[in-house]
Design a protein around this ligand. Sequence first.
Ligand code: PLP
Length: 498
Amino acid sequence: MDASQFQAAAHAAIHHVTDYYENISDYRVVSNVAPGYLGRLLPTEMPEKGEPWDAIQKDLADKILPGITHWQSPNFLAFFPANSTYAAILGELYCAAFNCPNFNWQCSPASTELETIVLDWLCRLMSLPPCYLSTSSSGGGGVINATASEAIVTVIVAARDRALRALSSSITDDGEKERFTDQMRSKLVALGSDQTHSSTQKGCMITGTKYRSIKVKRDPISQNFTLTASTLRSALEAATAEGLVPFYTTVSLGTTSTCAVDAFAEIAEVAKDYPNLWIHVDAAYAGAALVCPEYQHLIKGVEAFDSFNMNMHKWLLTNIDCSCLFVKERKHLINALSITPSYLRNEFSERGLVTDYRDWQIPLGNRFRSLKVWFVMRTYGAEGLRRHIRNCLAVGTGFYERVKKRPDLFTIFTPPAFGLTVFSVNVDGDLKARNDITKEVYEAVNAHGEIFITSAVVDGTYTIRVVSGNPRAEDRHLARAFDIIVAKTEEANLKRRR
Ligand code: PLP
């Protein structure tokens, strides 16, 4: 493909994309192709001769599009959103065009420096404590990871390294230090509440460290499944009594099932008694709300913690992948992750003048992700980001109010949070009967196919989760979603009465 063919193809692609977005609500939100459908449509061998873009684009429309689940549709109310915007798509285009794997500053100074700048902008916008700024006296700063899972495994590695160094710091003999460190490694344990996203447990599987899940109950204050200081302290004491060394915990700002917020300010007090405990805040989805000052009280206490991540690619108008990780002391990432073979040496790094993001992350090279962040921030401004979050919250609240007005049909399970409504379906009978009908309604709604929702089992209760977070969603979309859920509930009730 030469430059003029690229121009023609790109024009056609952009027309196709804008047309797709303009008409997105006409698509069935969830693809209903059968497993293996694509293998039946595409040849078993790649083409011997190159093909023109027209033919490729036609197959995209005819064969790929039917297998797409339309995350950008206002009828997508499942999981958490994955926002996409034209500004971010342009960032992806330039990122692909420059295509510079960003590992050392020297690889592309703008790529490194823009990443530092936009993350400092974001840190200030969310009012994260100043210790997470690149200019902080603690030596903090941010780095863009692909996903929250990657950010979490990265901080687990840094936490393990910090704990092992601290525990062995008084040993001077190298051999003895190594033996002691090997021994201690098997005693390290990470903890998280049973509402913590599975990425923490997976991070422990990857790093080969023990993991303890802490059972949390409904908290009488928040009415949600919040990790409190006393529950965490009991779990830390139990692990210590077992001869283990707690070295890491994830606390959540917005758990996946019910958007619970853990008790940060109280937990900050517990942290004082466990200097080797790295505390990470997973704010993958709900952290986006911090762009609005009215949510910033939620992060009281996080200056006592070690790291924080928020996915701009969930709710902040930036295409996947874009998980922003902030650390209070970058030296712990660098201590754990820096290796400098001769081919990576250069005078700027040697003289300590620059940031080399390869030392802050698992991969060596990384994409120029800060471009899309910069484009989004400049296109929307802080005001536009706040407006987006507040619109989504208003749309989410509208849905919650509708559910609340039908106590004959539904029970709200946890208070509405960050646009998420979690509820179950009422039925005469015990918890099993309620779980059965809720599951039946949930499955009937998704089988109908006009909207897509998810379920979650929390504390033994089967619940339906509805969340939008989509810039294209309006009250009328959620009103229709509610009507569909009511219709399926009434059908299920009727079936039971017969
Ligand atoms: N943390 C929370 C609270 C989440 O809800 C999710 C995914 O929804 C993740 C982490 C994992 O996100 P990622 O796909 O970026 O790894």
